[in-house]
Design a protein around this ligand. Structure first.
Ligand SMILES: [Zn+2]
Ligand SMILES: [Zn+2]
Length: 101
């Protein structure tokens, strides 16, 4: 199991698809979150290649006014290994019950 220890490392600042300023721990990059303003799901992405240093610094700037994004629980199916978001009782891919641990 991946550990869920909060890390003192940085946060990433970005916008949801509706333009709300949000932030998330950089350890959540690659996961899915929920915008606290509009409840839209947002994929949390790291800085992309091609950004200038200044643009990357802006992404990581903790002085930006941004709401913390809400995490969506992600579980990897113990049978097929595919990611399942939220509290689903069954894997949507292979339909195995997720309740057994
Ligand atoms: Zn939003
Ligand atoms: Zn599965």
């Amino acid at each position: 199991m991946p550990s869920r220890q909060p890390s003192p490392i940085g946060r990433i600042y970005f916008s949801c698809s509706n333009g709300h300023a949000v932030n998330a721990p950089v350890t959540w990059i690659g996961r899915l979150g929920i915008c606290p303003e509009c409840r839209e799901s947002v994929s949390i992405e790291g800085p992309r290649k091609g950004l200038t240093d200044a643009e990357i610094l802006k992404l990581l700037d903790p002085s930006r006014d941004a709401d913390e994004i809400a995490a969506v629980d992600r579980t990897d199916c113990h049978t097929c290994g595919r990611p399942i978001y939220g509290n689903s009782a069954f894997c949507p891919f292979c339909r195995v019950s997720m309740s057994a641990n």
